[in-house]
Design a protein around this ligand. Structure first.
Ligand SMILES: [Zn+2]
Length: 171
């Protein structure tokens, strides 16, 4: 079944065949189900669908933030999802990075209905974009970078601690 529906709706997790570009149910642009190799695509999609607040899926997609690379954009995406706001990531235009690389900036889009909440989330996290026109390079704000680094390193430290604990248990 997953072979025939490799594309997944980021909003309602509905599977679609490759020749579809938008969700037949809610109109969100479809993403590849296998684009996140760390987690099972199916569980990932279902987990997202559970968290998404149906009030925030209406309207056209608007850009609310930018990540300097895929991981940063996914971090923002995760923060938005915690508040029930679905989002999609797109490669920022004007950066000549091959599609298969995780490098290169990403734009984070949310449905218009979720924009206000998304902006509050980003403001709270001190990650709201500076005043700038769409298409400009993402901010290289040092504070934002430090914040993200803490978030990423925090996750890494936890993993290391768990790993260390396991070694102690088995050794
Ligand atoms: Zn959908």
């Amino acid at each position: 079944m997953t072979e025939s529906t490799p594309l997944t709706c980021p909003s309602c997790a509905l599977g679609h065949p490759l020749d579809e570009r938008f969700c037949s149910s809610c109109g969100m642009p479809l993403t590849y189900a296998g684009s996140e190799p760390v987690e099972s695509p199916r569980d990932e999609a279902h987990g997202r669908a559970r968290k998404i607040d149906p009030r925030f899926v209406e309207g056209e997609l608007v850009r609310v933030a930018g990540g300097r690379h895929q991981a940063e954009a996914e971090l923002i995406q995760g923060m938005l999802l915690e508040e029930g706001v679905p989002s999609i990531l797109r490669r920022s235009p004007g950066f000549d990075v091959p599609d298969f690389l995780a490098a290169g900036p990403r734009d984070v889009f949310v449905p218009l209905a979720g924009m206000e909440v998304a902006q509050e989330v980003l403001l709270d996290a001190n990650m709201a974009p500076q005043e700038r026109a769409p298409g400009d390079p993402p901010p290289s704000d040092a504070q934002q970078a430090a914040r993200l680094l803490v978030a990423i390193l925090g996750g890494g430290a936890l993993t290391a601690l768990v790993t260390w604990g396991l070694i102690q248990l088995t050794g």
